[in-house]
Design a protein around this ligand. Sequence first.
Ligand code: ZN
Length: 267
Amino acid sequence: MKLEILPSTFERDGAAARRQHLTTLVIDDMVAIDAGSLAVGCTERQRQTIRDVVISHAHLDHVAGLPLFVDDLFATLEEPVRVYAAAEVIAVLEEHIFNWSVYPRFSELENDFGPVLRYTMFTPGREFELKGYTILPIEVNHKVPSCGFIINDGSATIALTGDTAPTEVFWERVNGLDRLDAVLVECAFPDELNDLALTSHHLTPKVLAQEIEKLDRTDCEILITNIKPAYRDQVCSELAALKMDRLDVIRVGRQYSWFGADLRVSR
Ligand SMILES: [Zn+2]
């Protein structure tokens, strides 16, 4: 399994910036998890290969790129962009984004080949199959209905929390897995903004450390995602102070790969 995080913004010289304003993770150039930066951060090749988009929740930093992605491809899509989400999230997308006022309701439109956007509703706690991947959505503790995911491709398994405050079921399910190659955990705010983190249902490094204590297993790497760009340096130094060897901040431009058996490689 190959994973990368798409860039959200670019420096003046065109190089991808490290700051994560928007969230999109891409698996094997085929499946996007969230679509915050999908239209602006994907490669031209990925624009042609990604047709499946799994959405954790409807906050703008996780969905902003979806309408633009479909729009960019509208005339050329030979198959629809398939959006997988919980019922509440699909309802929010249709009511507040694809509502003809903010953007066209693509789910009602067709091009010369047929529909351009299709929804598939998933139920938290129930696995679904997608192009050879088994995906288990798990409800987490965010301000709005939101899911983390456990994703298995038949050999490697990763888990990601998405946006969340302290949560329980996610860790129980992760601890029950036969194998886990990596867990991606959010950490939005620095410790001094603990009140804001509590209000907005996010983690700080100190609370993240308590979350990691719920993880029974020592066989996986821990990648930190969703650091608010304004606090990136502070959060990174507070994470470094935790002195956890297997913990790293996920990096734009780096490709993470995990294979079956013991052939785990991360470059
Ligand atoms: Zn959120």
